[in-house]
Write a new protein. Structure first.
Lengths: 718, 134, 65
């Protein structure tokens, strides 16, 4: 690769010099604004009021996005922003999982704000370069690269015609271009998308981190909600940051000792127990593939079923034994001893633009194996890895793609669409080659693959309008809500998880609450009030990671050995205390675990009202497709007949003897949908919202968020 | 390779090794800043790095390595202070003190061995494979 | 009849904690078990007998992400 030639073709559009602001107690209190429409680069001061209420990370992102847009702003309007921010804890190295960036934009999938939590070195380097957040607004005329040199205080916008678009290539090119030496490469992080993001609304962002042992730029993804599509629509090829000189105390914490103690304790715990707990260091999140199958929770054939006889072919140990390089520190930020970012090296691709290339594939993560694999009826580990690779490099959200593909496959198998519509692809469950072809088409913006890239919501409309499909049936089996595809867990037998998906701000992603075990298996939250409490606490708690620049995994994918003896094991009390301590350690505050929740509640309600401001965010938008709630079809009911018949007897006092399956499905459906409504009532009440899902002014006042612009929005709905 | 070998039975828990170590490296007589540390009691237990090198592979920035004598050393200039090596040390002898943002460890310099009144510790040159004798 | 996570479950002679876990296909690595409120240590799953009428809890600690 001749990066000199690539660089020589750059044309400088703007340059900005600055004195990097000093970090103090986790903040620089400066943010960077770049308008690529008129090549304007400015520094902003963060007002104390914003810092107090919005904290950082996703809080800052949502606040800036609110200010930058109107209720009518569309995702591809120039005023839509991409905001990237760490948070006060982002960049500490002692506590695992502290290198996250939070990315916010108006989503092309949902038409409301999306927020995505991503690893890689960009977030910490942005802060060390003097910026608590980066706002990008406007649209460039030609493809550009934004470069931030955090040591010398230089920001450039360059026209960049020659660099590749695909994530793994452009990340390598730019790492090479901007590093002074091999040793310097770890000081570079690149944000990119991929060629599919040129066309597909499910486009994602890749954030790189240089793996000094494998000597390759690896990629972590801000996957959900189409942020990569927005990046490419703005004609940004990449955003590159360089910062040399990372040390353990660059956040200038108020009390380093608190952070050290919590961090070392967790490192030691992971060292002692991870091998017998989640094996995150060995295989990462993929450890639960076979677990989900055992508990009938692994989505197969578009969420019709929860397990499959072939799951053993893609069980975690298959990847461990055959593909994943072991013994490497796989943290996506320094100091992450949980190290879940697995990689398969020297993997020879069998299809597509890079056929024959030997590449390093990051993954598979659980969601990829389930979404690209079981949900599409694909149980070939090599095909899953290959699809994983192409999703990443083309810039495609694996979760949305998996769920869309599964939906299209079911439509194909049921004769709703046919070969004529798919352009000759035999889109049956299990056809891995067809799935890969969809990806390649998407990268070229052609054929049925280009349609797939629009998402389930749009596909449903197209199948109804153009191919005469039954809209009710498609609404039942199309696993999207708010325009976002459901992530890869089967929630049918857990009412709380239906709420965990449905009663969310951005759409059905499991990062607010994963309650299936607590609810369905442990039976710990039997009443509506219990479930509502869980659907208050966990979403609020997990929102906090997004305010801080933290990863969720070190919270509950490793446990203290005596966790089960605590009063609330599901909350991991010792870890919650670690979080309180590291927050106080960095910022010098003195919060407790309740104030932690309050910090999140402010942002959570702000985001809800942001949705309402845009004409969404109400009760009707929180309804879920019935496939997520119960058996839609004859086959689904019959496959778990014993379970469902028993439930009819136990829960409804209904005798299934002599009834047709159709009758039983109907009775079951009425019951389950009603349960979801009752759950919704309970959750809204617990969250301080009206029955229509609108935060009340009293509640806003109680949480210290009675801001005039919020009251203005909600008062029209109360 | 050079390592500091120990014999707990000979140790009288006098603390001379800790004093000389912390004074040499941190200009302070402070057990918590000593690379060698003795858990004192009825039986004294000497805790010190055996140069096994597990930390070398743990380090995310590859700043831990062996020198020519086989001694495991930390390049503190480039250390990012994550302390993963502290949590993952099988001997619990990678040290950390809140006054510093990098960990520290025994470099088998032998100062303590010279001070030890009972010869409970000594510098030995051992084959890598000979580590079992520890 | 015993209770497992507050739901009825058929009891049988010689039912140990491990046999119960196998029957229920509870394979998740991060679980803990109590019988009538008393913790059963992992090492004792094989030898701990469950008596008819016991209240057994098999608590799976949250995962997923």
């Amino acid at each position: 690769m001749d990066v000199k030639a690539l660089k020589a073709a750059h044309k400088l559009l703007a340059e900005y010099k600055y004195e990097p602001a000093k970090l103090k107690k986790g903040y620089t209190d400066k943010t960077l604004y770049i308008n690529i429409g008129d090549n304007r680069i400015e520094a902003k001061d963060v007002p104390a009021s914003m810092k107090e209420k919005f904290i950082g990370g996703k809080g800052y992102g949502l606040k800036y996005l609110w200010d930058a847009t109107t209720p009518e702003t569309k995702w591809n309007d120039p005023e839509n922003e991409i905001v990237i921010a760490g948070g006060p804890l982002c960049g500490i190295t002692q506590y695992p999982g502290a290198g996250k960036s939070l990315v916010v934009t108006i989503s092309p999938m949902t038409d409301i704000p999306i927020d995505s939590n991503v690893g890689g070195y960009f977030g910490p380097y942005l802060k060390f370069s003097g910026w608590d957040a980066l706002e990008i607004q406007g649209k460039a005329k030609e493809d550009i690269i934004i470069y931030i040199d955090g040591n010398n205080g230089v920001i450039r916008i360059d026209e960049a015609p020659l660099e590749a678009i695909d994530g793994h290539v452009v990340s390598e090119e730019l790492t090479e271009m901007y590093a002074d030496s091999e040793e310097d490469k770890k000081n570079i992080s690149v944000i990119s998308a991929g060629t599919a993001a040129n066309h597909a609304n499910i486009g994602l962002l890749n954030f790189s981190f240089y793996d000094i042992r494998r000597r390759v730029a690896r990629l972590k993804q801000a996957g959900r909600g189409g942020i990569g599509r927005v990046l490419r629509d703005k004609k940004i090829k990449a955003i590159v940051i360089k910062f040399k000189g990372t040390k353990g105390d660059l956040n200038k914490p108020a009390n380093q000792s608190l952070i050290n103690k919590a961090g070392i304790k967790l490192h030691k715990q992971i060292h002692d127990y991870d091998d017998v707990q989640c094996r995150m260091r060995q295989i990462g999140t993929a450890n639960i593939i076979e677990v989900m199958d055992e508990y009938d929770l692994l989505p197969t054939h578009n969420y019709q079923y929860g397990n499959h006889p072939d799951t053993h072919k893609i069980a975690s140990n298959v990847f461990v034994e055959k593909y994943i390089t072991q013994g490497m520190p796989d943290g996506c930020w320094f100091g992450c001893s949980l190290s879940c970012a697995k990689a398969a090296d020297n993997f020879e691709l069998k299809t597509g633009s890079y056929k024959g290339h030997k590449v390093t594939i990051d993954g598979p993560e659980y969601e990829n194996a389930a979404g690209l694999g079981s949900n599409c009826g694909i149980f070939d580990p090599e095909m899953i890895l290959e699809a994983n690779f192409y999703c990443d490099t083309y810039g495609v959200d694996t979760i949305s793609f998996g769920t869309i593909c599964a939906f299209a496959m079911e439509c194909y198998e049921r004769g709703i669409i046919n070969k004529e519509i798919t352009g000759g692809l035999e889109l049956k469950f299990g056809n891995a080659i067809a799935q890969l072809e969809l990806l390649h088409q998407m990268s070229r913006g052609e054929g049925f693959g280009a349609l797939i890239g629009l998402g389930v919501k749009q596909l449903k409309r197209i199948f109804v309008e153009e191919h005469g499909a039954d809209p009710d049936f498609l609404n039942d089996i199309g696993m999207e809500q708010k325009g976002l595809e459901v992530s890869e867990y089967l929630p049918k037998e857990s009412l709380a998880q239906q709420g965990g998906y449905g009663l969310t701000n951005k759409g059905p992603q499991h990062d607010e609450a994963w309650l299936i075990f607590m609810d369905m298996v442990n039976n710990q939250i039997p009443t509506f009030e219990d479930k509502a409490e869980a659907l208050h606490y966990f979403p609020m708690f997990r929102t906090w990671f997004g305010l801080m620049g933290l990863c969720k995994l070190p919270w509950n994918d490793t446990s203290p050995p005596d966790n089960h003896l605590t009063d609330e094991p599901a909350k991991m009390p010792e870890h919650v205390q670690h979080y309180v301590n590291i927050y106080n350690g960095v910022t010098g505050s003195n919060i407790d675990k309740d104030e932690l929740i309050l910090q999140s509640e402010r942002i959570y309600n702000f985001q809800r009202i942001f949705n309402i401001r845009r004409g969404k965010g109400l009760r009707k938008h929180d309804a879920m497709p019935y496939r997520a709630i119960g058996p839609v079809t004859f086959e689904e009911y019959e496959s778990r007949k014993e379970r469902y018949d028993q439930q009819l007897k136990d829960l409804l006092d209904y005798n299934p003897e002599g009834k047709t399956t159709e009758e039983k499905i109907k009775i079951m459906r009425e019951y389950r949908l009603n349960q979801y409504e009752l759950l919704t009532d309970a959750v809204y009440k617990r969250r301080g919202w009206t029955p229509n899902g609108v935060p009340t002014i009293e509640h806003l006042s109680k949480i210290g968020m009675e801001l005039p612009e919020l009251v203005e929005v909600v008062k029209n709905h109360i | 390779m050079k390592i500091l070998v120990k014999n707990d039975d000979l140790c009288i828990g006098c603390g001379a090794c800790e004093e000389v170590c912390s004074t040499a490296y941190f200009k302070e007589n402070n057990i918590e800043k000593s690379c060698i540390q003795v858990e004192k009691g009825e039986d004294n237990k000497i805790n010190v790095c055996n140069q096994c090198g597990v930390c070398i592979d743990i380090c995310p920035v590859m700043v831990i390595g062996r020198n020519k004598s086989g001694v495991v050393r930390i390049n503190k200039r480039d250390c990012v202070g994550c302390f993963m090596c502290v949590g993952f040390c099988p001997e619990l002898s990678m040290r950390q003190h809140d006054d510093y943002i990098e960990p520290f460890k025994c470099v088998a310099c032998g100062l303590c061995a010279r001070k030890c009144p009972t010869a409970a510790i000594a510098i030995e040159d051992v084959e890598k494979e000979g580590k079992e004798k520890l | 009849m015993i209770k497992v996570n507050s739901k009825d479950f058929e009891w049988e002679e010689g039912l140990t904690v491990q046999k119960l876990l196998d029957k229920k296909k509870y394979t998740f690595p991060k679980i803990y078990v109590t019988i009538n409120g008393e913790i059963v240590e992992k090492e004792e799953y094989d030898i701990t007998l469950i008596k008819d009428g016991d209240d057994v809890k098999v608590i799976h600690l949250l995962a997923g992400g």
